[in-house]
Design a protein around this ligand. Structure first.
Ligand code: FPP
Length: 282
């Protein structure tokens, strides 16, 4: 910061005064310093400190493996660190009154990872709910699992079902956790459900519209994703919420997920509020 100001000052003094061109005064430089430093150190605290907030945030928590490597540790250690971080981001989302938070925890493709890594992720699911469910319930958070629970081991399926049931009547943050989830599979499932309703005669094909299609997705009547964040610098969607991100704003911070702090999350939310959204119009 100081360096930047010194640089600006040194540049200004190189310019000689010319008729009609006033050199910026010391006060002008001081004001500039105050403004830049205010912008850099501005720390939003409450919902009111953000010009606008997304109604629905989705996060692809990428970079656990690289984080583990950087710390010369097993990949499971990275996933554990990532889960610790997850708690903070959920708390912050709840604090800010964000309506929906969707997290990509385990994709249908993640089964292709080594048995040890899959086992570590499955264990984390159990540990996460064992340690968090009371707090989430007390905070009025509603948990919804996106994905097919039937293919999961019994213990994980039961834990997830219980978490959903215990929080089903809550009215606060919608916490959507994608486990054994794939966006194309979600769309196929919705199409099949609608097809079955048509075959049974309770729905006419011409009555199928975008609203009905959306209602048959896991996310049901929740709003579309406004902000999609993928950490670690990768810029892919990886089959996450294909329908729901139709008009989302995207951010790709380079930070690895376990290091993605609440401060950076706030910055991402602030960056979102600066985006001009036109939804295809002008
Ligand atoms: C991607 O990083 C991350 C995952 C595949 C899993 C993310 C899961 C968690 C943070 C914890 C599980 C969540 C719950 C709710 C228990 P990567 O391993 O692909 O990273 P890399 O690209 O650096 O290898």
């Amino acid at each position: 910061m100081k360096q930047l100001i010194n640089w600006i000052q040194s540049r200004l003094h190189r310019y000689p005064e010319r008729p009609g061109h006033q050199r910026p005064s010391v006060k002008w430089v001081d004001d500039l310093e105050r403004k830049i430093s205010g912008a850099i150190t501005y720390q939003p605290k409450n919902r009111e400190d953000f010009p606008s907030l997304p109604r629905h945030v989705a996060i692809i928590m990428d970079g656990n493996g690289r984080w583990a490597k950087k710390h010369r540790a097993e990949v499971a250690f990275g996933h554990r660190a990532g889960t610790e971080n997850l708690r903070e981001i959920i708390r912050r989302s709840d604090e800010l009154g964000i309506g929906s938070l969707s997290l990509y925890a385990f994709s249908t493709e993640n089964w292709r990872r080594s048995p040890q890594e899959v086992a570590a992720l499955m264990q984390l699911i159990l540990d996460f709910f064992a340690s968090e469910i009371n707090e989430l319930e007390a905070k009025n958070v509603r948990i919804l699992i996106l994905g097919d629970k039937n293919d999961l081991p019994d213990a994980q399926r039961d834990t997830l079902l219980q978490a959903e049931q215990r929080t089903a009547k809550n009215t606060g943050l919608h916490l959507n956790i994608a486990i054994n989830y794939g966006g194309r599979a979600e769309l196929t499932r919705a199409a099949r459900e609608l097809g079955e309703l048509c075959a049974a005669g309770s729905l006419q094909p011409e009555d199928i519209d975008e609203r009905l299609m959306g209602a048959h997705l896991y996310t049901g009547d929740q709003p579309d994703v406004d902000l999609m964040i993928r950490t670690s610098g990768e810029m892919r969607l990886s089959n996450f919420l294909l329908w729901q991100v139709a008009y989302a704003e995207f951010l790709f911070p380079r930070t690895l997920w376990p290091d993605f702090s609440v401060k950076e999350y706030d910055e991402a939310l602030m960056a979102f509020s600066g985006r001009q959204r036109r939804f295809g119009g002008r």
